[in-house]
Design a protein around this ligand. Structure first.
Ligand code: AMP
Length: 314
């Protein structure tokens, strides 16, 4: 039985970056997150598409063993479409249009098996849909959520209801500043924790990520990449890999969370090398290990012992 349930957008994206353009390419928070999670655990998805959704996208999900019984296909309907662009530094997407299409009337109905799944990821989608799924699952071991500026802007109260009920909140720096109406990221992280999640993961793109818990803040650098084509899906891949990896480990301990963020950031480093899910779908055995080893070697801070100067001289 699948261990991780993912709900989110299944989309066709039209994107422009300084390195190229794609039209109606496979995208969506659920597509990226479920694919990333599928490298570590069995995944089942909840979502909706129109009959314009490409058969090769479905085939790709199938090849990764993703359970698609919760993917509704609406005859004559149009798949969610997002279009956006990135400017030179590529740290922030600018949305041109968000066409909800079949998602506008979507009512998720979870199967018995999906209701009992222990690891739940509510990827970026309307907070009302996230709440709907949350109301159907039974006593999961862990619920993680993600969102974006579009929903913070228009549906902050519903989003707050979702945040109050999750264990792990993932946001990027812009979203955390927008939600908290503050500039300082440490203040934002602490404020978000106050709402209820035990863990907040604040992603800072090429500058890494911060993990906040009641008694600690852990900093993670990002995997250093020479070439980046399209940052779309990095956040979803990060989150999906994190959730899938935690499902694989089975327990959400402090140590496992640190491992999961390490794995999440290295998985995200693959997706940005190509447009759409091209690179994410072609990760070979050995490639993730090479990146996690390299990232680890980059943050080797030796402990300062008695022989070294451990503090300023008085
Ligand atoms: P990320 O770059 O990880 O934040 O996510 C990018 C994906 O989010 C794209 O593939 C889009 O299809 C999808 N997306 C964009 N806007 C929305 C939205 N308002 N709700 C859900 N998914 C969205």
């Amino acid at each position: 039985m699948a261990k991780a349930l993912v709900v989110g957008s299944l989309a066709l994206d039209s994107i422009e970056t300084p390195h190229g353009t794609v039209h109606q390419a496979l995208g969506g928070s659920c597509s990226y997150a479920a694919t990333a999670a599928s490298y570590f655990t069995d995944v089942s998805i909840v979502g909706v598409v129109g009959d314009d959704f490409p058969p090769d996208a479905v085939e790709n999900f199938r090849k990764r063993g993703i359970d698609l019984s919760g993917m509704q296909v609406i005859k004559g309907g149009k798949t969610f479409h997002w279009s956006g662009y990135y400017t030179r530094d590529m740290n922030q997407a600018v949305t041109n249009t968000t066409e909800l299409n079949v998602f506008a009337d979507f009512k998720p109905v979870l199967s018995e098996a999906q209701r009992n799944m222990p690891f739940v990821f509510l990827a970026n989608i309307h907070p009302a849909l996230q709440l709907d799924v949350l109301n159907q699952v039974r006593n999961p071991k862990m619920v993680a959520i993600d969102t974006m500026n579009f929903w913070i802007e228009g549906y902050k109260q519903q989003l707050t209801d979702v945040i109050r009920r999750c264990d792990i909140l993932l946001v990027n720096e812009g979203e955390s500043r927008q939600y908290c109406e503050k500039v300082n990221l440490i203040e934002c992280g602490r404020e978000l924790l106050q709402l209820g999640p035990k863990t907040v993961v604040l992603k800072k793109g090429e500058h890494g990520a911060l993990l906040f818990q009641k008694d600690r803040i852990v900093y993670f650098p990002a995997y250093p990449l020479d070439h980046l084509k399209d940052p779309t899906g990095a956040g979803d891949t990060f989150a999906g890999a994190m959730v899938g990896y935690l499902a694989h480990l089975g327990e959400v301990t402090d140590d496992n969370l640190v491992r999961a963020v390490h794995v999440g950031s290295c998985m995200a480093s693959f997706v940005v090398e190509e447009f759409s899910l091209k690179r994410l779908l072609s990760i070979k055995p050995g490639e993730l290990k090479a990146r996690t080893d390299r990232l680890r070697s980059m943050v080797n801070l030796p402990a300062l012992d008695e022989k070294s100067l451990v503090d300023v001289k008085g």
